[in-house]
Ligand binder design. Structure first.
Ligand code: GLN
Length: 630
């Protein structure tokens, strides 16, 4: 935990002056009670903070939310990171939940989980993928978290007799969080640039204190420290057939009323924003035209960093923040080469198409499965295979209609049963897993989908009729159950097992072939797991647990052997993870279990011809190298 520093150690980072920003650095945590009586400022400076060194790019939305602030902010972050700068993004949510753990994905998109177990907004996934950087709890906050911290400090008497106010205390805590992140950086080096994304829209009640805190921060940090970006929306009403700038103008005006002059504008629109509209918006917002960026719809968001660069936005940001001296050009060249290679694959025509069945409770809403969608996008680019997703609502799938459902319209070439909670549609998912197992359809079970595969195998191969998970009600054979003793051993607390865990991969297995190593780390978010009492029985039936916890009897990867004991092919690709492999898939490092699935789907649809494409063949284990795990 970061604590305030004394006046003397602080002075090594800042020069004492009349500047209120410096006085503002008095941390009431460590200063005297007297201080609280003579200063109106509350702006704690955490240990290791170097004023003037850390810079901020602050992205605020106007007109409406949902325009892609996260995409713009992560693109700026990527553009700067490629230049060799240390970047640290933070998403500041307006809602009062402490984190995203309790949010309904149907309303708010998927819950993204970080290595350290933080349950956060799916935008953090965008940052991780764009930056190929693991984030932590420091990179995410909500109003709820800020307030709970303020109240906790208040109870501990840390405000030294002061009446605790929105300004300076709540805004002070916001600034503290940002400065702590700046000092922490990427965990190895302090941040050159903190990228701040404020959720919602300027004018919302919810985020107004963040905006005020950012205004204060810019004042305290001084010139060349903050670059404010207003993301706005250029409307093109169908009836008019032309782009209109008024809403954008009014939105930006609202920001200026809050005391913030934007330095850069990003105009969201369906088509490229025309020059006249850009000029109007520039003129009404005191922003030079060269700093107005058209953020129109594109084939892929991954092209944005390069397009920004080509339009000179990188130079503008570097100049505004006085960062030209810190740029590493050779690093940038290397990164760009790799990235453009990926973007080329992503935007090139595909060699083939496969159909993937995705069983989903939130079948209508892609946002609820955003990371799976992204992981598939990575595979699609690397394997030059278009993936048509077919959503399968399993609430009406049964043993008797599953074949018809999965074979309809040319059939599915592979199936994913993703994570989920509760028993709705569960029997349909079990029926899908059975169909895949019995018919050689490539299968990837994710978290709940892993558990579904275990239940199906227990019932239909091991003869444990009625086997199920205790999550779905009483069952004679609780092959999946909640094991409180185990949680205690692990000392995880809470009820959910969250975040990254080690997985030991058994040699000779499909999992080992895919990961190409015997030890991986994957991210978990679950409450139930395979009951150790049934492991021997399941293994005797032929199920292979190819990934386990290093010391506990926790089953983390399962698979069916690809070659049966008699040497005949058994199943081409049937695998499941108790974790969420989609959370760690990155554009330049696609997740192996997904790559294997899509390669197997290609093999399933196109037969041996698939082996002729080396990109695909790399993920297919040739029968000669397959052997039974020891
Ligand atoms: N509901 C299951 C559990 O809690 C699976 C969770 C998930 O799929 N994320 O263990």
């Amino acid at each position: 935990m970061n604590v305030g520093v004394s006046a003397s150690s602080r002075s090594t980072h800042t020069t004492p002056s009349d500047d209120p920003a410096d006085t503002a650095g008095s941390d009431l945590l460590s200063s005297t009670a007297e201080a609280s009586t003579y200063t109106e400022f509350y702006s704690p400076i955490p240990q290791g903070y170097r004023k003037g060194y850390h810079k901020y790019v602050i992205v605020l939305g106007t007109v409406m939310s949902g325009l892609g602030k996260g995409i713009f902010a992560s693109s700026v972050a990527k553009m700067l990171k490629d230049k060799g700068l240390v970047v640290a993004p933070i998403k500041m949510e307006g809602y009062l939940n402490i984190d995203s753990g309790t949010l309904n994905p149907y309303r708010h998109g998927e819950v993204f989980v970080l290595d350290d177990g933080t349950e956060c907004d799916m935008d953090l996934g965008t940052y991780e993928r764009m930056l190929d950087q693991n984030l932590t709890v420091r990179n995410f906050t909500t109003s709820g978290r800020i307030f709970s911290e303020v109240l906790e400090r208040e109870r501990k008497g840390r405000y030294l007799g002061r009446d605790v106010q929105w300004i300076p205390h709540v805004t002070g805590e916001v600034k503290r969080k940002l400065r702590e992140l700046a000092a922490y950086g990427d965990g190895e080096n302090p941040a050159d640039v903190v990228i701040v994304e404020v959720g919602g829209t300027v004018g919302d009640y919810e985020n107004s204190f963040y905006i005020e805190a950012l205004r204060e921060l810019a004042f305290e940090e001084g010139p060349s420290s903050c670059c404010f970006v207003a993301l706005t929306y250029v409307i093109e009403p169908k009836t008019l057939g032309e782009q209109k700038s008024k809403a954008a103008q009014l939105g930006i005006k609202r920001l200026m009323e809050a005391g913030i002059q934007p330095h850069l504008l990003a105009c969201r629109a369906s088509r490229p924003v025309n020059e006249t509209v850009m000029q109007k918006i520039a003129m009404f917002s005191n922003v030079p035209l060269r700093r107005v960026f058209s953020m129109h719809d594109r084939e892929s968001i991954y092209t944005i960093p390069e397009e920004m660069r080509q339009e000179g936005l990188d130079r503008e940001v570097l100049s505004l923040l006085n960062l030209h001296d810190r740029v590493d050009v050779a690093h940038e060249d290397r990164c760009r080469e790799k990235w453009t290679g990926f973007v080329r694959q992503l935007t090139a025509p595909r060699k083939r198409t496969i159909t993937l069945g995705l069983t989903g409770k939130y079948a209508a809403l892609r946002d609820a499965y955003a990371s799976i969608d992204k992981a598939l996008e990575h595979c699609s680019a690397h394997l030059s295979t278009k993936i048509d997703i077919r959503w399968i609502d399993t609430t009406d799938v049964t043993e008797s209609n599953v074949a018809a459902r999965l074979k309809a319209d040319g059939g599915v070439d592979a199936v994913i049963v993703p994570g989920g909670f509760g028993k709705r549609g569960i029997e349909g998912k079990i029926a899908c897993a059975r169909f895949c197992r019995e018919n050689g359809v490539p299968y990837l079970g994710i978290c709940l989908g892993f558990q579904v595969a275990v239940i199906e195998f227990a019932r239909n191969v091991c003869g444990l009729a009625g086997a199920s998970s205790t999550e779905f009600g009483p069952t004679p054979f609780p092959v999946i159950s909640e094991l409180p003793e185990q949680k205690q051993i692990e000392g995880l607390g809470g009820t959910m097992r969250l975040g990254a865990q080690d997985v030991v991969i058994q040699p000779g297995t499909l999992a080992h072939f895919l990961f190409r190593e015997g030890h991986v780390r994957e991210r978990f978010r679950h409450r139930y797991e395979v009951d150790p009492a049934f492991i021997a029985k399941l293994e005797a039936g032929g199920l292979v647990f190819s990934g386990k916890h290093p010391t506990q009897p926790i089953m983390q990867v399962l698979e069916l052997p690809q070659v049966a004991a008699d040497g005949k092919p058994s199943h081409p690709y049937f695998i499941g993870g108790q974790f969420h492999p989609e959370l760690t898939s990155r554009p330049l490092r696609p997740q192996p279990m997904f790559m294997g699935l899509i390669a197997a789907a290609v093999l399933n649809k196109f037969g041996e011809a698939a082996m002729q494409d080396p990109a695909v063949a790399k993920w297919l284990r040739s029968p000669s190298t397959q052997r039974q795990p020891a």
